[in-house]
Design a protein around this ligand. Structure first.
Ligand SMILES: Cc1ncc(COP(=O)(O)O)c(C=O)c1O
Length: 484
């Protein structure tokens, strides 16, 4: 079958056009009972595509028809053995990768800056995480995922690890040297799992870094909805492993996904694949050109700056140049404050902000006028606003941590109790505590709380630094494992 075909979308469209009398779920019956305000806004047609599983439209869990064909086309487009469609985003794919590649009690190496769905996978699968501290760059004010050297070193110390999990690209578009990491993993028979949520487009333009499957990853998960044109929640797992069992991966994905998938999301994956294969080169060319232009214009301002691909390559990584990380530290405002100004005053919404940066994600649907609006707003802010100088420094505390209990047991087996922070030393943490900045957990469920960690957290609480996981306005107590 050729890449210009869209078997799943075509089936759904044919079905919707037939205006079939529905005695199946969902209950809105082709949109008839959908609240009028929503239906008036969206029109009715799409609700004829919101169907349930029946032979004509195929089953996500046991595909034999159009879903099977659409997944095969996806696999061919990315050059892998098998692709699985996901309707709960990359989050569910990350969980499935842990469950498929490990058994309870195994261990996996990963960076502490992994997405929260990686922790969910660790809890569900009952594995021991072996954490690598991300590298901090105080010139660029960003963190880097594990380097090949860090991974090799960790594998030497923990040769029993079953897999290595890497986030590439990171939120900032920083891509790891996956070719080297794959070589290191495979020389030792370890599976390389890549959270490539932000990288579904990489394969389709020569000026973008190498994608995970091209670099040799055993599996990767991509949020097709983040940069390409799938609807939100539409993601894909790509599989090409001699180490992980394909049947086990299929079972794990099936276990985690709904039995009532949204067919609009599934069909949008089919269409996004055709679009990127057929027009991706041209569409991404424009996006890359505009992003590079914006990077130069923003860096020419007095108070804003963007790092370049050269900056990142000189640090041993690569950059997805379609993504803009805009450093705001010279404005005297935090990234959160500039995000608010952009949204309130200029009607421009960025994807994320931290103390130091804004992250503006370009997508395959971005337009030149979007970029111009963002850059002109920043030009205006550059002239009009002046914050009171901030002296934030991106740094990680030099605290040693030790996992003494597997996270699954902490979360699922043992009760927990709250103890005052001052009395927590010696206990085992039952929660994740993440100060912002730097956004890296100080404690993870299963780690021993040391006096040095307590001192550090007390210091943060005194300085009014927000700690995700704190119990109220300030961190006064910690949830710990109740062993008795
Ligand atoms: C690095 C990373 N991994 C995974 C995810 C989860 O992806 P999804 O929203 O598709 O579930 C995100 C979401 O932002 C992410 O940034």
């Amino acid at each position: 079958m050729k890449q210009d075909k869209t078997p799943l979308f075509d089936t759904l469209l044919d079905h919707a056009k037939r205006r079939v009398t529905s005695f199946h779920t969902p209950g809105h019956k082709n949109g008839r009972s959908i609240d009028k305000r929503l239906r008036t806004f969206t029109g009715r047609n799409m609700y004829f595509m919101d169907v349930t599983v029946f032979p004509e439209v195929d089953s996500l869990h046991d595909p034999v028809g159009p879903i099977k064909k659409a997944q095969q086309l996806m696999a061919r487009a990315y050059g892998v053995e098998h692709s699985f469609f996901l309707v709960n985003g990359t989050s569910v794919g990350n969980m499935a990768m842990f469950l498929a590649s490990c058994r309870p009690g195994d261990s996996v190496i990963l960076s502490r800056n992994a997405h929260k769905s990686a922790m969910a996978g660790i809890i569900q699968s009952g594995v021991w995480p072996i954490w690598i501290q991300p590298k901090v760059d105080q010139n660029l004010d960003i963190l880097f995922d594990s380097s090949p050297e860090q991974i090799e070193e960790t594998l030497k110390r923990f040769p029993e690890a079953k897999a290595v999990f890497v986030t590439s690209p990171t939120y900032n578009g920083v891509v790891s040297d996956l070719v080297k990491i794959a070589e290191i993993c495979h020389a030792r028979g370890k599976a390389l799992l890549v959270d490539e949520a932000h990288g579904a487009h990489l394969k389709f333009h020569k000026d973008l870094p190498i994608s995970a499957v091209e670099a040799g990853a055993d599996m990767c998960v991509q949020s097709t909805h983040k940069i390409l044109s799938a609807l939100s929640q539409g993601s894909v797992v790509h599989f090409q492993s001699d180490i992980v069992d394909l049947g086990r991966m299929r079972r794990m994905i099936s276990m985690l996904q709904t039995t009532s998938p949204n067919y609009l999301i599934l069909a949008s994956l089919d269409l996004a694949r055709r679009q990127v294969v057929q027009q991706g080169g041209r569409m991404l060319n424009r996006v890359i050109h505009w992003a590079e232009d914006a990077r130069k214009r923003i860096s020419a301002l007095k108070h804003f700056t963007c790092f370049t691909r050269k900056d990142i390559i000189s640090r041993g990584y690569d950059l997805d140049v379609s993504k803009l990380t805009i450093n705001v530290t010279r404005t005297g405002f935090s990234g959160y404050e500039i995000e608010d100004i952009l949204s309130d005053e200029y009607n421009v919404q960025v994807d994320a902000a931290d103390i130091f940066n804004l992250i503006a994600i370009m997508g395959i649907g971005s337009d030149k006028s979007d970029i111009n609006r963002l850059v002109s707003a920043l030009e205006d802010i550059d002239e009009k606003y002046q914050g009171s100088a901030q002296n934030w420094i991106l740094q990680l505390p030099s605290l040693s941590t030790e996992m003494v209990m597997v996270p699954r047991d902490v979360v699922l087996l043992y009760p927990s109790k709250r103890v005052p922070l001052s009395k927590a030393a010696g206990q085992i943490s039952a929660q994740t505590l993440t100060p912002y900045p730097p956004g890296i957990p100080v404690l993870i469920p299963g780690e021993r709380i040391t006096q040095a960690i307590v001192d550090y957290l007390e210091d943060l609480a005194e300085k009014d630094i927000r700690i995700s996981g704190q119990d109220g306005d300030a961190l006064r107590s910690i949830k710990v494992v109740s062993l008795h």
